[in-house]
Design a protein around this ligand. Structure first.
Ligand code: NAD
Length: 450
């Protein structure tokens, strides 16, 4: 099928690459010319395991192209994905201006002789399906077109991929959600996803069919927010348990194992640590709280999940102060900066707040991250010296803090690092390192509820 994906960030690019890999002819559009030039030359503007290789093979097959030309993309695609960002406004509300610009642009270029399915892949506030329809029709009118003759329907198809395993998640997704009241649009979406639904692109041995959940538009949009709000709340819950563990002398790792084996609870998202961040949870939880308020409902559980998370981001400070007392004049080394491993995404990473607070308290902050290079300034980072190796990071530090659980940090030669440190203190903000081994090496190890 002919597909157009508008917005080539973490979601749009992965969607475009994966859809072309399963056999569709995909045109990816972005209004960032530099990005498009980079992609046209076969390079991915983001770091995502396996993405560059898959992108290259799809381009070689001739099924994947990149352009800034929206008119061309709208003409090409029978299915048009909107996959632009929806960041949070200071009020918590979702900023839908990019979706609006794209919807208007689609309307301006919509042909009168072809039916199109417009898909909201971006996470958009509940009710956006009808709103996008309205904006598209405005675009048609603004170009002097006749809104009664264009043929299109809007479908909500929320995305559940996780950065760091986005390709795998796309091919092995737990479900595909399609929200629309229009049978023709749903049928085309099912045809699009048919190669995936059979499970043959899954790497999990025997292909397992992927469930397709058909809903109305509003419910599909709500599914996305409810899923993220639940997962964020689950993390805040275990962090709260960890904080009590710290006080009563229990170990949250053992507690998480003990409760996670209960199938009603499940093992995932029970890792205590520095709290949730990234480009989705904070803004999606804030947007759901905001929507609830708009409709006269105060969401107490979600407010509490956010509050716990705010406090959790600073738990490292408390632990550093307990161990080192005065932080002014001390050097703190951060292992990891990105909000989670295997991504270069720094949006709402807990490290940002931590760096700011350490600076405020007069500490010098250094960091090493496998993906954030010393010119990490391009990631908007200030108040931190970015070192190019763990060894250089260790030099003269009064404490190391593990912020991101990159796998390679488990294999670091902590014996060698210990000799370069000023003080053998490690705060493991993700309960990720080998406590016994570090203790044997003479480190004072401090985990989170562990
Ligand atoms: P992103 O910021 O990485 O990418 C957005 C892209 O859209 C950018 O490349 C930008 O240049 C482009 N863009 C903006 N305006 C445009 C326009 N008018 N025309 C063409 N391109 C335009 O965003 P993302 O992380 O991929 O997120 C996209 C959406 O998917 C958001 O709504 C997000 O909430 C949702 N989502 C994200 C994830 C994730 O892990 N990142 C997961 C699920 C859902």
């Amino acid at each position: 099928m002919k597909v157009c994906v508008i917005g080539t960030g973490y979601v749009g690019l992965v969607t475009g690459v994966c859809l072309s890999h399963i056999g569709h002819e995909v045109v990816c559009i972005d209004n960032n010319e530099q990005k498009v030039k980079l992609m046209q030359s076969g390079r991915s503007p983001i770091y995502e395991p396996g993405l560059s290789e898959l992108m290259q093979s799809s381009m070689d097959s001739g099924r994947l192209t990149f352009t800034t030309d929206l008119a061309m993309g709208v003409n090409h695609g029978e299915i048009l994905f909107i996959a632009v960002g929806t960041p949070a406004l200071p009020t918590g509300e979702s900023d839908t201006r990019y979706v609006e610009a794209v919807a208007r642009g689609i309307g301006e270029h919509l042909p009168t002789d072809a039916y199109k399915v417009i898909v909201n892949k971006s996470t958009v506030p509940i009710g956006s399906g009808d709103w996008v329809r309205m904006i598209i029709l405005d675009g048609v009118k603004e170009k002097g077109g006749d809104p009664t003759v264009v043929q299109f329907d809007v479908v909500s198809n929320p995305e559940f991929l996780r950065e760091g395993s986005a390709i795998q998640d796309t091919f092995n997704t737990d479900r595909i959600v399609l929200g629309s009241s229009n049978d023709k649009a749903i049928a085309l979406m099912k045809e699009l996803y048919a190669p995936l639904v059979g499970g043959k692109f899954s790497d999990e041995g025997t292909p397992t069919p992927i469930p397709v959940v058909e809903t109305d538009l509003n419910s599909a949009e709500m599914i996305k927010y409810a899923a993220n709000a639940f997962l964020a709340t689950k993390i805040s819950f275990i962090n709260e348990v960890a904080n009590v563990c710290d006080r009563v002398g229990a170990d949250v790792l053992q507690v998480a194992k003990g409760i996670g084996l209960d199938s009603r609870i499940g093992k995932k998202f029970l890792q205590a640590g520095l709290g949730w961040g990234g480009s989705c949870f904070p803004k999606d939880v804030a947007a759901l709280i905001h929507t609830a308020e708009d409709y006269g409902y105060h969401s107490q559980i979600l407010e509490a999940a956010v509050e716990v998370n705010k406090r959790q981001k600073l738990i490292v400070l408390e632990k550093l102060q307990q161990e080192l007392k005065i932080l002014k004049g001390k050097t703190i080394g951060l292992l990891g900066l990105t909000f989670k491993p295997d991504t270069d995404d720094m949006r709402d990473a807990p490290s940002i707040k931590l760096i700011a607070e350490l600076n405020r308290l007069g500490a010098r902050v250094k960091a090493y991250d496998p993906i954030v290079s010393p010119n990490g300034i391009s990631h908007g980072l200030t108040g931190v010296i970015i070192e190019s190796s763990p060894e250089m990071l260790a030099d003269d530090c009064d404490a190391l803090v593990l912020v991101t659980d990159w796998a390679e940090f488990q294999d670091l030669d902590f014996g060698a690092l210990a000799n370069r440190l000023h003080n053998r203190l490690i705060i493991d903000g993700r309960n990720f390192l080998d406590k016994d081994k570090l203790t044997e090496l003479g480190f004072r190890y401090v985990g989170v509820g562990h």
